[in-house]
Design a protein around this ligand. Structure first.
Ligand SMILES: C[S@@+](CC[C@H](N)C(=O)[O-])C[C@H]1O[C@@H](n2cnc3c(N)ncnc32)[C@H](O)[C@@H]1O
Length: 276
């Protein structure tokens, strides 16, 4: 199975086995859309042989996928010299990405992701990556087989920097959309929702629910992940939506005591037996 080559806040790798029974059979889908791609754990696990449109608002993330898709050998060559040392890390972090080649730029983001604190992506107000060095013992900075498998899975895939509402505009009946937005926080301090300088607040959650409503009216099948916060029940706790409980483990929380199992929700606008 193809695995993500980035570690991303909210990555879905650990809950995939609980999601599996609820994906529609690939044979029933014409076009796959994933508008909050993050580490692409769901896309990679599906091993699709149909057209796919992946997008995210984070332009640096989308650029890395494009470069891996189009020049994986160049990215691997550019990753090889990188080393897991604090001074070196800060010198790479201080680089202006615009001064690098495309392959070097992708390698820089992958290197920072593998060696930074907690593997999270965070930007300051100027849009600069600002996570400190992670002090991992032996991070796998250059995982060539994984990058090559990802590049193979990305061949022919559309990659776009877009807001989620824009990204699904061309979806029609027979298509399937999987949404994994930044979650509604369970409490003010419990969640990491600031993926980029824009953030994702309650207004965006309402806008997303409206988008899901329009897709449902248009006959597009939708699956969506979110937390079990009250707002999620308010937005989706009625017909035609089906809410499935998922047991997840939070992996990005500064307080280790809060890293235990947490109930999350999987929301479907279809019967998982694919009848409706
Ligand atoms: C929960 S993460 C997705 C995790 C992903 N499914 C995985 O397995 O790694 C949410 C993503 O939404 C992106 N994002 C935030 N606001 C957005 C928006 N308005 N439109 C599109 N993407 C957005 C963030 O950049 C982030 O990559």
């Amino acid at each position: 199975m193809t695995l993500p080559f980035l570690k991303w806040a909210g990555g879905k790798q650990r809950v995939l086995s609980q999601y599996k029974p609820f994906f529609p059979p690939i044979a029933c889908i014409n076009h796959y859309f994933e508008p909050f791609i993050g580490s692409a754990a769901v896309f990679f696990s599906l091993q699709l042989n149909i057209p796919a449109a992946l997008s995210d608002q984070n332009e640096k993330l989308i650029e890395v996928y494009k470069i891996v898709r189009d020049d994986v050998a160049g990215v691997i060559a550019a990753l090889k010299p990188h080393r897991n040392e604090a001074d070196y890390y800060y010198s790479i972090r201080a680089q202006n990405p615009d001064d690098l080649t495309k392959a070097q730029r992708a390698a820089r983001l992958i290197f920072l992701n593998k060696t930074c604190y907690n593997g999270l992506y965070r930007e300051n107000r100027k849009g600069e990556f600002n996570v400190p060095f992670g002090r991992y013992k032996n991070p796998k900075i250059c995982d060539a087989p994984r990058l090559e498998a990802a590049a193979a899975a990305l061949q022919g895939v559309s990659l776009q920097v877009a807001d989620f509402a824009e990204a699904i505009k061309t979806a029609v009946p027979g298509d399937f959309v999987y949404f994994d937005p930044p979650y509604v926080p369970l409490s003010q301090t419990s969640n990491f929702t600031s993926y980029n300088k824009a953030g994702f607040g309650p207004d965006d959650q309402v806008r997303l629910a409206e988008t899901v409503g329009h897709l449902t009216e248009r006959g597009v099948k939708v699956m969506l992940s979110n937390s079990s916060a009250d707002l999620v029940y308010e937005l989706y706790g009625r017909s035609p939506y089906r809410l499935i409980d998922i047991q997840a483990r939070r992996n990005i929380n500064s307080n280790p005591a809060r890293r235990g199992p947490v109930k999350e929700l999987l929301i479907l606008n279809y019967d998982e037996k694919w009848k409706t």
